[in-house]
Design a protein around this ligand. Structure first.
Ligand code: GDP
Ligand code: IMO
Ligand code: MG
Length: 419
């Protein structure tokens, strides 16, 4: 058995949570492979809405097992808040979540460092979610991190050492802070975490596959936020691309099966950094209003723009996408003309390969499409789509060479068309 993957192809918030929930019934295990509580994955069903941060989006579909993989960074305080809220709403997690001993812990001082580094960057700041992601991955790579497995042995001393090191850096940055409250919540989170089973997730995942049971790997963020291939330095600090599944779960490349790449019918970005097709006019405002484009973690307004095929094809290439999933098609219901960027004009040159840098003189070149100008939210069969929407979808398929297998026409679980 091979592991299938769902990951974002844009700058995050493509609708990964919704689709993982929709696809989970076909799998035995759902596993997160990277990122942390910078993620906000929204699921809606039966009139209820849930936002997941570190917990995989497979937890609402029966008794499927969910794994937090080694590539994830975990904040025990956030996890506790999330798990308790779910338990209160009738979704008890103990026994249904396994946590990798190799997942790194986000310390309260990592969140302070995140804020201190952003402040030091001034106008060049990344606009992070402030969840301590960058400093935690930095400690991982510089071999200073604390892992979930550390909770089991001599933890107090290890935590004290890490905290002292972080406080020294904070002092050198003249960053003022008060740690007491956050530290209390964090230590309670550590105690709470002990109710869950810590595992060697690479063995569990590979054993699961060898036994012929299926695994769905859930990504966070999106390909254009990848630390290597995203719009660096305006990126997150993990490998959001398909290769991140291999390092974030211990799955060998030849055990990767289907790669579902998710994109919005348009494009959004939250935080700073280049965004070639960004709209600054009333069309962008309309996308934001209709699509309710406000960050689920920070509440920030998401920047909106047209679909960017140069970036999308780049993501399809890097991730080896085998099936595309187009989300939020309904948000474009009321647009007379819909545009897709098919190349960039840089100076006098037309470029179709995503460049090293997005420079000031870059202009997207658009192909225009007639809008469908009708409400598609209640449609449940591809055959019933208006011709203009089919033309839009089939153009994307032809350009990327990858079939669009799922189209989403509303936030609810039911508003999903599988072809
Ligand atoms: P994720 O981080 O990739 O899981 O995406 P988010 O949950 O952050 O953002 C996607 C938002 O769009 C959420 O508020 C979803 O409820 C909503 N959503 C998902 N699919 C659709 C859709 O097809 N149409 C509309 N209108 N909203 C959708
Ligand atoms: P999901 O999983 C959208 C962005 C931040 C910032 C940059 C770095 O919900 O799609 P970080 O806190 O990771 O150091 O911030 O990445 N970012 C996201 N944008 N969706 C996300 O997650 C994001 N996670 C991080 O806004 O620009
Ligand atoms: Mg999100």
């Amino acid at each position: 058995m091979k592991a299938d993957v769902i990951l974002g192809l844009q700058w995050g918030d493509e609708g990964k949570g919704k689709v993982v929930d929709v696809l989970t019934p076909a799998y035995d295990v759902v596993a997160r492979f990277q990122g942390g509580p910078n993620a906000g994955h929204t699921l809606e069903f039966n009139g209820e809405k849930y936002i997941l941060r570190s917990i995989p989006s497979g937890i609402f579909q029966g008794d499927k097992m969910n794994i937090i993989g080694n590539g994830v960074v975990l904040d025990p305080a956030v996890f506790k808040g999330e798990a308790e809220a779910l338990a209160r709403s009738g979704h008890e997690l103990t026994g249904r979540i396994l946590i990798s001993k190799k997942a790194h812990l986000i310390l309260p001082t990592h969140c302070l460092l995140d804020a201190a580094y952003e402040a030091a960057k001034g106008k060049d700041k990344v606009g992070t979610t402030g969840k301590g992601i960058g400093p935690t991955y930095t400690d991982k790579v510089s071999r200073n991190g604390l892992r979930v497995g550390d909770i089991l042995h001599d933890f107090e001393a290890k935590y004290a050492r890490a905290k002292a090191r972080h406080e020294q850096i904070l002092r050198s940055l003249n960053f003022e802070y008060d740690l007491a409250e956050a530290e209390k919540a964090w230590l309670e989170g550590i105690e709470y975490l002990k109710k869950f089973t810590f595992i060697d997730s690479e063995h569990v995942v590979n054993r699961t596959l060898s036994a012929g049971r299926s695994v769905l790997c859930e990504g966070a963020q999106g390909t254009m936020l990848d630390v290597d291939f995203g719009s660096y330095p305006f990126v997150t600090s993990s490998s959001t691309v398909c290769a991140g599944v291999c390092t974030g779960l211990g799955i060998a490349p030849n055990r990767i099966g289907e790669v579902f790449g998710i994109f919005k019918a348009y494009c959004t970005r939250v935080g700073a950094g280049p965004f070639p097709t960004e709209l600054f006019d009333e069309q962008g405002e309309k996308m934001c209003a209709v699509g309710r484009e406000y960050g689920s973690v920070t509440g920030r307004k998401r920047r909106c723009g047209w679909l960017d095929l140069v970036a999308l094809k780049y993501a399809v290439m890097i991730d080896g996408v085998t099936s595309l999933i187009m989300m939020k098609a309904d948000v474009l219901n009321d647009f007379e003309t819909i545009k897709i960027a098919t190349s960039y004009k840089i100076g006098n040159e037309f470029v179709t390969e995503f460049p090293y840098e997005i420079t000031e003189n870059l202009e997207p070149v658009y192909t225009e499409f007639k809008g469908w100008l009708c409400d598609i939210n209640a449609i449940r069969r591809y055959e019933d789509f208006p011709l203009e929407l089919k033309t839009y979808v089939e153009f994307i398929e032809a350009e990327t060479g990858v079939p669009v297998k799922i189209i989403s026409v509303g936030p609810d679980r039911e508003a999903t068309i599988v072809r």
